[in-house]
Design a protein around this ligand. Structure first.
Ligand SMILES: *[C@@H]1O[C@H](CO)[C@@H](O)[C@H](O)[C@H]1NC(C)=O
Ligand SMILES: *[C@@H]1O[C@H](CO)[C@@H](O)[C@H](O)[C@H]1NC(C)=O
Ligand SMILES: *[C@@H]1O[C@H](CO)[C@@H](O)[C@H](O)[C@H]1NC(C)=O
Length: 385
């Protein structure tokens, strides 16, 4: 029997609908927008809008001027937007010249999942915790839709249908853990706070699902025990380091958080049947870069590129871009950038360089570090294809 000419008509209809389904399953998602929630790892100008600009030399590599990012250039979220064919996200809090046609960014540097009981000036943690970011998102959605109903701001706001088709990205949690340490909690106490932190994370995700969000791309937390601000401030209290010089207790806490995050996301998959979650293991990628920096073309992985003095070129009182008044009344910058940021992993002792962000993005984009292993452009599909 010849194929396919001899097939009865119903069979060929079945086959062509199957082929259509296969084509749909392998077609990229074409996300029309990205809405991001998080901390400084993905802040594209939120904290700067509210509390003053991240000073130069932030932005020097790519933007050639400060651009609201705590980085010499672009962040992972910038590479995400770019690879989806979308413009870089504007900060929701930015009141001048913003364009939200293809998404908005609710992240601010210093944000935590749980609201902190301290002010920014007391502790350095942002008042825009994840619950606040979801309230802002809800305002953004309802106000933008009501303006569109009046025929206003069409070229600055996302179309109504974008909210259910958008990718919702999250990179937050690290500050909840360091906030515990900075308020003198022991490692055991910080570990004990993780279930409550993740309960609040799940509440935030459910509220976005309640607003129609369906596609979630979640970064786990990085190895903050390798970052200068933690090493400099906390190593005296928990002095164990691994063979790469990273503070082991802090990285163990990060890994415990990530294990529990995986459980929380598994539960969310059950509770929110129409949602699609991709959980991305940025911890492993960042740790690989730090622990084998030379192999990957980088150097001095624990030392800040931009800073002022000390073992890690990090000084909590004189950060990247900080200035000092000289005797004759002129200001000089003392928190200076290193010669070649493209060879460095850590920018200012807290955040990664553009070169490191790009390296991490290149490794996570195809899904090799994700559960399930879905590429970014396919993150609307139930299963990897
Ligand atoms: C802030 O205080 C409230 C009330 O005492 C408490 O329930 C909450 O856990 C505290 N938040 C943090 C992050 O410590
Ligand atoms: C906002 O960006 C979109 C897409 O890049 C563009 O089509 C639109 O004209 C922009 N709006 C304004 C007001 O510049
Ligand atoms: C002020 O002092 C700094 C060095 O401390 C020097 O570089 C600068 O030229 C001086 N400026 C003036 C106006 O004298």
């Amino acid at each position: 029997m010849a194929f396919p000419q001899m097939l009865p008509p119903t069979a060929s209809i079945l086959i062509s609908s199957l082929l259509l389904q296969l084509a749909a399953a392998s077609a990229p998602c074409a996300f029309p927008a990205v809405f991001n929630f998080g901390d400084s790892n993905s802040d594209t100008g939120g904290l700067s809008s509210a509390f003053g600009q991240a000073p130069p030399p932030n932005g020097e590599t790519f933007f050639r001027k400060p651009a609201g990012r705590y980085c010499d250039g672009r962040l992972i979220i910038d590479f995400i937007a770019n690879s989806l064919g979308l413009p870089r996200l504007n900060a929701y809090l930015d009141s001048v010249g913003t364009n939200f046609s293809h998404g908005a960014n609710f992240a601010t540097a210093g944000s935590t999942i749980r609201p902190q009981n301290t002010t920014l000036s007391q502790s350095g943690f942002s008042p825009f915790s994840l619950d606040v970011q979801t309230w802002q998102f809800s305002q953004f959605k309802s106000r933008s839709q009501s303006f569109l109903d009046q025929g206003l701001f069409k070229d600055q706001l996302p179309k109504k249908e974008y909210f259910s088709r958008a990718l919702y990205t999250f990179d937050i949690g690290q500050n909840d853990l360091t906030a515990g340490y900075f308020s003198d909690m022991t490692t055991e106490e910080v570990k004990a706070s993780i279930p409550d932190i993740l309960d609040k994370f799940s509440i935030a995700v459910k509220s976005i699902y309640g607003e129609g969000g369906r596609f979630f791309w979640v970064h786990n937390t990085g190895p903050f025990g390798c970052l200068a601000y933690v090493l400099d401030r906390l190593l005296l209290r928990a002095p164990e380091v691994d063979r790469f010089g990273c503070g082991s207790p802090f990285n163990e806490v990060a890994q415990l958080f990530n294990t529990k995050l995986e459980e929380a996301v598994a539960q969310l998959r059950e509770d929110l049947p129409l949602a699609v979650f991709t959980l991305v293991d940025v911890y492993s990628v960042k740790y690989e870069l730090i622990s084998h920096a030379t192999k990957h073309g980088f150097e001095l992985p624990l030392v800040a590129c931009c800073g002022h003095g000390g073992k890690y070129n990090y000084n909590g009182h004189n950060g990247c871009g900080s200035k000092k008044m000289t005797a004759n009344g002129t200001e000089v910058v003392i928190g200076k950038s290193c010669k070649d940021p493209s060879k460095r992993v850590v920018w200012d002792g807290v955040h990664y360089t553009e070169a490191a962000n790009r390296w991490v993005f290149d490794r996570i984009a195809e899904g090799k570090f994700s559960v399930p292993p879905t590429p970014l452009r396919m993150a609307c599909k139930e299963r990897a294809v």
